[in-house]
Write a protein that binds this ligand. Structure first.
Ligand code: RAT
Ligand code: ZN
Length: 430
C-alpha cells in the first residue's frame, strides 16, 4: 500500500478571519471618513472679520495653552518671567523645551508636526526662523481657506461671548459674516458669577438687580434675546464646575431655570452644557491653569427629565463620566452628546469614547469637535481624530459583515456624515 502524505485543510483561525474582514473595509472607510466634510461645532476660532481675534501661524500654535502647561513640566523658568516674555520669546522657549530638548510625543506637540507636515513644511530641520518666514508670507484669508480645505471642515462654530471686552465691540459695530462661520452664545459669567455680572448688565441698559426678581429675570431674557439675534446664535452654551447642581436655590440654577431654558424654548435653541471644569486650579499658569474632576451627572439627567421641551447638548470633561453620559443619552432623546473635550481629546481616550458611543448610541451623536483656538490646529485635530473614527468604524463594519450584513458605500457615507455633524444638525432642526 502506497503512503500518501495527508493534506488536511486548516480552517482560518477566528483571529485571521477578523483581520481579513478588517482589511477588507479599512482603506474604503478611511477614504470615506477623510472625504466627509465636518461641521466643527465647538471651536474658539473667529471669522476673519474679527481681525486680530483670529489666531493663526506658528507662534500662536506654539503658545497654545496646552503646550504652555507641558513646557512648565520640563522648564524651571519662574512663571512671572515666562509671562513677561513676548509671544515670540515664549514660542522660542516652548520650541526648544518641547521639540529640541525632548521628543515631541505628547498629543499637542505631535499636532504641530502633523500640521506643519500637511502644509508641506519641514519641522525636522528644527529651523524655526525659516518656518516663521513661511508663515509671514501667507495671506490670512487664503490661508484660512487652505486650513479648512486640508482639514476638510465645511463649517466652523465659534464661541461668542458678549462679556468679552475685545469681542463685544465687533458685534456692536456690526460685521460682515462669513457664511462658513456660525455662532454660539457663551454665557459663563452670566450663570457662574451673577453678583459680578449684574452690574455689567445694568451698565448696558438691562434693568437688573443682584436679587433675581421677576423683573430682573425678564431683563436677563431680553439680554439673551438681543444677543441671540445679534449673533444669529445656533445654541446657548456654558461650562460648569463638577459640583454644579440643578435644581437648586442658587443664582446659577435659578437663572437657568427661569431665564435660559425659557429663552431656549422660545428661540428653539439647544442649551449646551460642558460640566467638569475646575477653573484656575493653578492660577499662575493663567489660561493653562484649569483642572477637572468627575461630575455628578444627575444634574444633566434632571435637566433632561424636567425640561422635555428643551434640547441639551453635552460634552463632559472626565473620562470616568463617559459611560454614564452615553447611558443618559440612551434615555433622553432631548440630549445630544458631542466631541471629546479638552483633556479627553487624546488618541487613547478618543478611541475608547468613540467605540463606546457607537456601541451604545449607533450614529446618533457627534463624534468630535476641535476646540481649536488657532486656525491651523484644525488640520491636526481633524486628521488625528478622523484616523481614529475610521479605525473604530472599520472594526464595527467588519463585525456587521461577520453577521451577514455587508455595509455598502452609501451606508458608510451616510454614517460618516451623521458622525461628523449631520446628527447635530438634525438634532438642532427637529
Ligand atoms: O480646550 C480649551 O481650550 C479650554 O481652554 C476651554 O476653552 C474649553 O474648551 C472651554 O470651552 O471652556
Ligand atoms: Zn472650548
Amino acid at each position: 500500500m502506497q503512503d500518501f502524505p495527508m493534506i488536511i485543510p486548516v480552517p482560518p483561525s477566528a483571529h485571521s478571519r477578523a483581520q481579513n474582514a478588517y482589511a477588507h473595509f479599512a482603506g474604503r472607510v478611511e477614504k470615506i471618513v477623510a472625504g466627509t466634510p465636518a461641521y466643527d461645532i465647538h471651536t474658539h476660532l473667529y471669522d476673519a472679520a474679527f481681525g486680530p481675534l483670529l489666531l493663526w501661524g506658528i507662534d500662536d500654535m506654539l503658545t497654545y495653552h496646552y503646550l504652555v502647561a507641558e513646557t512648565f513640566r520640563h522648564s524651571d523658568i519662574p512663571y512671572d518671567a515666562f509671562w513677561k516674555f513676548s509671544k515670540k520669546e515664549q514660542a522660542d522657549l516652548i520650541w526648544s523645551t518641547l521639540f529640541i530638548e525632548h521628543s515631541p510625543i505628547s498629543e499637542a506637540c505631535r499636532g504641530i508636526l502633523t500640521t506643519l507636515n500637511e502644509l508641506g513644511l519641514d519641522a525636522r530641520s528644527g529651523d524655526l526662523p525659516a518656518i516663521r518666514r513661511w508663515f509671514a508670507e501667507q495671506n490670512p484669508r487664503d490661508y484660512i481657506a487652505r486650513c479648512m480645505e486640508l482639514a476638510n471642515v465645511g463649517t466652523i462654530c465659534m464661541t461668542n461671548s458678549p462679556f468679552d471686552d475685545e469681542e463685544r465691540p465687533f458685534w456692536e459695530r456690526g460685521i460682515e459674516r462669513d457664511e462658513w462661520f456660525t455662532a454660539a452664545l457663551r454665557i459663563d459669567p452670566l450663570l457662574l458669577s451673577w453678583q459680578q455680572t449684574a452690574p455689567r448688565l445694568s451698565s448696558w441698559g438691562y434693568h437688573v438687580t443682584n436679587e433675581l426678581t421677576d423683573s430682573t429675570i425678564s431683563n436677563v431674557r431680553r439680554f439673551l434675546a438681543d444677543w441671540t439675534r445679534r449673533m444669529d446664535a445656533r445654541f446657548v452654551m456654558v461650562s460648569l464646575p463638577p459640583d454644579f447642581a440643578y435644581p437648586a436655590n442658587t443664582d446659577s440654577a435659578q437663572l437657568i431655570e427661569r431665564a435660559v431654558l425659557p429663552h431656549c424654548r422660545e428661540f428653539g435653541l439647544p442649551f449646551a452644557v460642558m460640566p467638569g471644569v475646575i477653573r484656575a486650579i493653578n492660577p499662575l499658569l493663567r489660561m493653562a491653569g484649569d483642572g477637572m474632576a468627575r461630575t455628578n451627572l444627575s444634574t444633566l439627567a434632571n435637566f433632561c427629565a424636567q425640561n422635555p421641551e428643551n434640547k441639551f447638548l453635552a460634552t463632559v470633561l472626565s473620562r470616568e463620566n463617559q459611560h454614564e453620559l452615553c447611558v443618559l443619552a440612551r434615555k433622553f432623546r432631548n440630549l445630544h452628546i458631542f466631541g471629546c473635550w479638552w483633556f479627553t481629546n487624546v488618541p487613547s481616550i478618543i478611541e475608547e469614547m468613540t467605540r463606546m458611543r457607537i456601541e451604545l448610541l449607533g450614529t446618533s451623536f457627534t463624534a468630535q469637535h476641535s476646540d481649536a483656538r488657532v486656525m491651523d490646529q484644525i488640520i491636526y485635530k481633524w486628521s488625528h481624530s478622523r484616523q481614529i473614527i475610521a479605525r473604530v468604524l472599520t472594526e464595527k463594519y467588519a463585525g456587521l459583515a461577520a453577521a451577514g450584513w455587508e455595509p455598502n458605500k452609501g451606508e458608510m457615507e451616510r454614517d460618516a456624515r451623521e458622525l461628523l455633524g449631520g446628527a447635530f444638525e438634525k438634532f438642532c432642526e427637529t
